[in-house]
Design a binder for this molecule. Structure first.
Ligand code: NAD
Ligand code: UFG
Length: 336
């Protein structure tokens, strides 16, 4: 089976490539390297002991996509490529809409031209906006409060329209909760450019001495310790979710939506404690104001993925922290 992975050099994409290769699939990656480096793919091949094919292609370059699809007969596409920084999306919304939405339209048009009609799309728990209750099931109403979130929601809608227009499509919408952790080899992991936006890479950069202290965004939420609660999921469990989706759903036309989370929330203070325990490092932190746009609490009901994909998470919070720490301490400057 031959899979095209867009954005495969990135954080979740690289971990998914390892799983696909280890499952015997042939992998072709395209990435414009806007937020990643080719080094991640070299290491993916080292870990899996199998080769993959890489093309530096931007999804906005339609002609290159067409050429790629002429050269390969893909069975499915896993579509990770996109810009993902919430704050940046507020500053440069048009770049986000052009990159994420136009990129997806180019991809789907090219797929249709070449009769490739299976796509697994990286959606996000952000499409639930501020949920009225937790845990969140796939039936919850959707909303988006920033341009990044709107790109996810719009793309979901575009893909549903595509299916309605042509029932031969097989569309899988995977709504990720908060991916953290790294491959247990310590060779690949999250390598944010500049100051990390997300909690886990911030904590690990404090632990390794690159950053002085963590700002905890608010301790007055209505959560047990007042800090924000999220459903952190190990990136390897998430990657396996993609392989299971292909295993179970290939050939089954329709629009299939799944939450990928653990079903358990951890607060910011719990995450700090867990990381200190496994790393033996002290994490200095300071409580500051809430970050605009943040919600109090978010965690998944992933029962549907268990029932239909036979998927559940297997890596706990200690493993998430230990694997993040191994990656960070072995690669203090990421892939540089
Ligand atoms: P990432 O930035 O590490 O990976 C995305 C990859 O896409 C990068 O390698 C980037 O260079 C590439 N890319 C971006 N625009 C491109 C374009 N026009 N053409 C070709 N390549 C392009 O991010 P990630 O954390 O691995 O996320 C992967 C996907 O999952 C994204 O769509 C993201 O929105 C989604 N997602 C991520 C999270 C998270 O917290 N990490 C949560 C929910 C959903
Ligand atoms: N936090 C801090 N300090 C920091 C960073 C984060 O206290 O320096 C707190 C946040 O306030 C929140 C929690 O840590 O309570 C998690 O924040 P992240 O930024 O790591 O994650 P978010 O839940 O805000 O958002 C992430 C991705 C989104 C995605 C969403 C849902 O950034 O793209 O998860 O899966 F949509």
């Amino acid at each position: 089976m031959k899979i095209l992975v867009t954005g495969g050099a990135g954080y979740i994409g690289s971990h998914t490539c390892v799983q696909l290769l280890e499952h015997g699939m042939d992998v072709v990656v395209i990435d414009n390297l806007a937020n990643s480096s080719e080094e991640s793919l070299k290491r993916v091949q080292e870990i899996s002991g199998r080769p993959l094919e890489f093309h530096k292609i931007d999804l906005l370059e339609r002609a290159w996509l067409e050429a790629l699809f002429r050269d390969h007969q893909f069975d499915a596409v896993i579509h990770f490529a996109g810009l993902k920084a919430v704050g940046e999306s507020v500053q440069i919304p048009l770049s986000y809409y052009r990159n994420n939405i136009s990129g997806t339209i180019n991809l789907c048009e090219t797929m249709a031209n070449h009769n490739v009609k299976t796509i697994v799309f990286s959606s996000s728990a952000t499409v639930y906006g501020e949920p009225e209750q937790v845990p969140i099931t796939e039936e919850f109403p959707t909303a988006a409060y920033n341009p990044y979130g709107r790109t996810k929601l719009f793309i979901e809608e575009i893909l549903k329209d595509l299916y309605n227009s042509d029932n031969a499509w097989n569309i899988v919408l995977l709504r990720y909760f908060n991916p953290v952790g790294a491959h247990k080899s310590g060779k690949i992991g999250e390598d944010p450019k500049g100051l990390p936006n997300n909690l886990m890479p911030f904590i690990s950069q404090v632990a390794v001495g690159k950053l002085k202290e963590l700002s905890v965004f608010g301790n007055d939420y209505s959560t047990p310790d007042g800090t924000g609660v999220r459903d952190y999921i190990h990136v390897v469990d998430l990657a396996i979710g993609h392989v299971k989706s292909l295993d179970k759903l290939l050939g089954k036309t329709g629009v299939h939506t799944y939450n990928l989370g653990t079903g358990r929330g951890y607060s910011v203070l719990e995450m700090i404690k867990a990381f200190e325990k496994v790393s033996g490092q002290r994490i200095n932190f300071n409580i500051v104001d809430r970050r605009p746009g943040d919600i109090a609490e978010c965690f998944a009901d992933s029962t549907k993925a268990l029932k239909e994909l036979d998927w559940k998470t297997e890596r706990d919070i200690d493993e998430m922290c230990a694997d993040t720490w191994r990656w960070q301490s072995q690669n203090p400057d990421g892939y540089q």
